[in-house]
Design a protein around this ligand. Structure first.
Ligand SMILES: Nc1ncnc2c1ncn2[C@@H]1O[C@H](COP(=O)(O)OP(=O)(O)O)[C@@H](O)[C@H]1O
Ligand SMILES: [Mg+2]
Length: 359
């Protein structure tokens, strides 16, 4: 005798229990919503862990509104405002005994996005390093070839200074010799730092005053400025905050910019030469240093190539000054840029972060 086929009526929530049990086996947030009313039919533990803090999570539409998503769309990427996690939402229609539901899966993609971000960051860093390397490789050659003679110059000058002292020699010679020694020593320091930089050693960042850095640069350029009958005006905003930077590197940048400015005014009549160094805090709360000249300025085509290594319009130019300057400033999380100066000439400006809160 065959047993009568008993067709048990499902309990009121049997379908949801079954579905809930199945969903619980899924390792990411999963929930079913009634196609008609949009009410939550079942959700797994991951779903409640991820979304129960959101208002209206028991209804499809308020939940989507809270996630900033439109109507159910496959693959939408949304950010849960309460946790900051990112989810990829997928929807599938499902026919259950009780009716039609829409099954939502929400895969947490925060880690993946973070990994992508890190990858992008690393790519950018690599790009920056490779640009630095091409400039750096050349700098390394220069450093090697220049270091020996520079060391010799310092020795000769020290010897001469001793002789002058003995003979009570003319003060002017002594001044020139001292200046020459300062130049040579600075060049050596720069080369040493370039070498360190090429060896990818971390520069030494600390709190430094722009006034002191500008003072060193002006001292180094004093003779050259005198020779060109040029008065370099220093206009720093009162109370200019200290910057978080490697001192020698920033000196190097400012020296390059001021030298370029002096060179740009070679052909300008004495009275019209005007070189200003300005310092101020900009709207982004960074320290901005600006070098302004009254030279010929730059054509739009020139200004596009300005920062490419080996771009020069000078017969005696190397064309690496600005490329190195930009690498240095970008290393310091700043920007180096060119602007046309109203009334003629150029402005080369760079930004540096304030030291406050960094040391
Ligand atoms: N202040 C300036 N005014 C006009 N042109 C400038 C100025 N500074 C730089 N330039 C242009 O940018 C080019 C590249 O400068 P740089 O990288 O310092 O190399 P270099 O000084 O050896 O030519 C210069 O040859 C010049 O054409
Ligand atoms: Mg230059």
């Amino acid at each position: 005798m065959s047993r009568p086929a008993v067709r048990r009526r499902p309990a009121a929530d049997a379908a949801s229990i079954t579905l809930g049990t199945i969903l619980d086996a899924v390792p990411f947030a999963c929930a079913a919503f009634s196609r008609g009313s949009g009410a939550l039919v079942a959700g797994n533990r991951c779903f409640f862990d991820a979304f129960s803090a959101l208002p209206g999570h028991r209804e499809r539409d308020p939940l989507l509104a809270a996630l900033g998503a439109g109507p159910p769309a496959d693959g939408a990427e949304v950010r849960a405002p309460h946790s900051g996690h990112w989810y990829a939402l997928h929807w599938r229609p499902l026919s259950l005994e009780k009716g039609e539901v829409e099954l939502m899966t929400a895969v947490d993609i925060s880690e993946r996005l973070k990994a992508l971000d890190t990858h992008k960051h690393q790519q950018e860093k690599l790009l920056f390093t490779s640009r630095l390397m091409s400039v750096g490789e050349m700098a390394a050659t220069l450093a090697h070839e220049l270091n020996q003679p520079l060391a010799a110059i310092v020795n000769y000058l020290n010897g001469s200074l001793r002789l002058v002292g003995q003979a009570g020699g003319p003060a002017q010679v002594e001044r020139a010799l001292l200046a020459a020694r300062t130049q040579a020593e600075h060049a050596s320091a720069v080369i040493a730092r370039v070498r360190e930089f090429v060896r990818a050693r971390e520069p030494k960042r600390d709190a430094h005053e722009i006034g002191t850095i500008a003072g060193t640069v002006l001292e180094l350029l004093r003779l050259e400025a005198e020779r060109q009958q040029l008065c370099i005006e220093l206009a720093l905003a009162p109370g200019l905050p200290a910057v978080f930077a490697d001192r020698v590197m920033v000196e190097q940048v400012l020296l390059n910019l001021v030298k370029n400015a002096i060179e740009a005014m070679r052909g300008v009549p004495g009275g019209q030469r005007e070189l200003r160094i300005e310092g101020r805090v900009n709207l982004d709360d960074e320290v901005e240093v600006r070098v302004l000249d009254r030279g010929g300025g730059l054509s739009p085509a020139e200004s596009e190539q300005l920062f490419s290594p080996f771009f020069t319009t000078k017969s005696d130019g190397l064309g690496i000054g600005l490329a190195i300057c930009r690498s240095i400033i970008e290393y310091h999380e700043g920007r180096l840029f060119f602007e046309a100066r109203p009334g003629g000439g150029s402005v080369f400006a760079f930004t540096l972060p304030r030291a406050e809160g960094r040391i």
